[in-house]
Design a protein around this ligand. Structure first.
Ligand code: NAD
Length: 353
């Protein structure tokens, strides 16, 4: 039990279930809008078109150009499309890339956001926006960035490929892992994270067997909501810093990077706060949290090494230097030697002790 805490409250309205996409019109109207721009990636354009059709007169257009890491050039084009369409809100249908574009439009125009997440990445509940300009990714937080409404529709996740299902779930688990030791953690977030660990542990192996298993998809999407809430309401530390270093400076794919680093960052911090990470260790098998997550990752076919992601061993010194350049809060003190060791193990894919 925590002796003292601050619970900031949760501000985003959440609609969760199967077939909830049909509630989009009602949710847009509830926010007081009568013109919205629908956003997606090129890959999910057909889904965006279907959604726009179901929104009828409410949809003033579609912008299907969202890409990973929210490049500002794409945002500028999207903002022009948003203004030209006469929309006052966006409906973002897709994973973190589409949600990121919606946030980037919102922060520049004051648009409200209805987000319909289709991966487990977890951007939808957060006030965080990462953007890329001239090859550099920067992150900011602001209340204007946090979406007003999130519609989770289990049906939309049935099409998520098995590979992305696994890595996106590991990405979500990383939010919970850092929430367990966040200095600003609170009992509500902790309960959500504990629940999410069990739901992912049980749901992901079933989805590998059958990606269309609705009850496992429901578990996984519920867990994703819990983890996204953790990401959005308490502070993250070393794990997210390292994932940002690789995504931002080495252009590695987002979900895979999180998935590979997770057992190593967990094991690293477990040395300082074993009791706080006990819920993870207990959920995944009872050994060490880092070791159990590595075993789980291997069982579910997650990518296991930075080497397999195309990172060269010689890149690890530069990654270490970037990771330790600015100070940030972490349960275990950070120094170049120990971070370099962590990265070496993650590069080789060696099981953490
Ligand atoms: P993504 O949004 O880029 O999706 C990956 C690909 O999968 C895309 O082509 C997408 O169209 C496709 N896809 C998505 N859902 C699908 C489905 N159900 N069926 C079939 N295909 C589907 O990847 P992501 O991992 O969801 O998001 C990564 C991005 O989100 C990164 O840029 C990351 O920085 C950002 N992010 C931001 C936050 C935040 O709080 N700001 C949090 C998490 C992630």
């Amino acid at each position: 039990m925590m002796d003292s805490f601050i619970f900031p409250g949760l501000t985003t309205r959440v609609v969760f279930g199967a077939g909830t996409l049909s509630r989009a019109q009602e949710e847009v109207r509830r926010l007081g809008h009568d013109k919205v721009l629908v956003l997606s990636t090129p890959h999910q354009k057909a889904d965006a078109e279907k959604l726009a059709e179901s929104l009828g007169d409410l949809a003033s257009g579609i912008f299907a150009g969202a890409v990973m890491h929210t490049p500002v050039e794409v945002t500028e084009t999207a903002v022009e499309a948003f203004r030209a369409s006469g929309a006052t809100a966006v409906v973002s249908l897709g994973g973190g890339s589409t949600t990121g574009l919606g946030k980037a439009i919102a922060v520049r125009t004051g648009a409200d956001q209805v987000v319909i997440p289709t991966t487990y990445a977890g951007s939808e509940m957060t006030d965080i926006l990462g953007e890329t300009a001239s090859g550099e990714k920067t992150t900011r937080r602001s209340p204007d960035i946090r979406p007003e409404t999130v519609i989770y529709d289990v049906d939309l996740t049935l099409s998520l490929p098995v590979g992305l299902t696994v890595t996106s779930a590991m990405n979500a688990i990383a939010h919970a892992m850092e929430a367990f030791y966040a200095p600003d953690r609170n009992p509500v977030i902790e309960l959500m994270c504990r629940d999410a660990m069990v739901a992912f542990r049980d749901g992901i192996p079933r989805l590998i067997e059958d990606p269309q298993d609705r009850s496992a998809r429901t578990k996984a999407l519920y867990a994703a909501w819990c983890c996204s809430t953790a990401l959005g309401y308490v502070s993250m530390a070393l794990h997210h810093k390292l994932a940002h270093v690789f995504g931002g400076s080495f252009d590695t794919p987002h979900a895979e990077t999180h998935a590979i680093l997770l057992p190593y960052t967990t094991a690293f911090n477990e040395q300082a706060v074993p009791d706080l990470l006990r819920p993870i260790a207990d959920t995944f098998g009872g050994g060490s949290a880092g070791g159990e997550l590595w075993d789980f990752a291997q069982t579910v076919g997650s990518p296991m090494s930075l080497k397999a992601l195309g990172i060269e061993e010689s890149d690890l010194d530069r990654a270490t230097a970037i990771a330790v350049k600015n100070a940030y809060t972490n349960p275990r003190p950070i120094d170049p030697g120990s971070i370099r060791e962590l990265l070496q193990a993650a590069w080789e894919g060696r099981r953490p002790g």
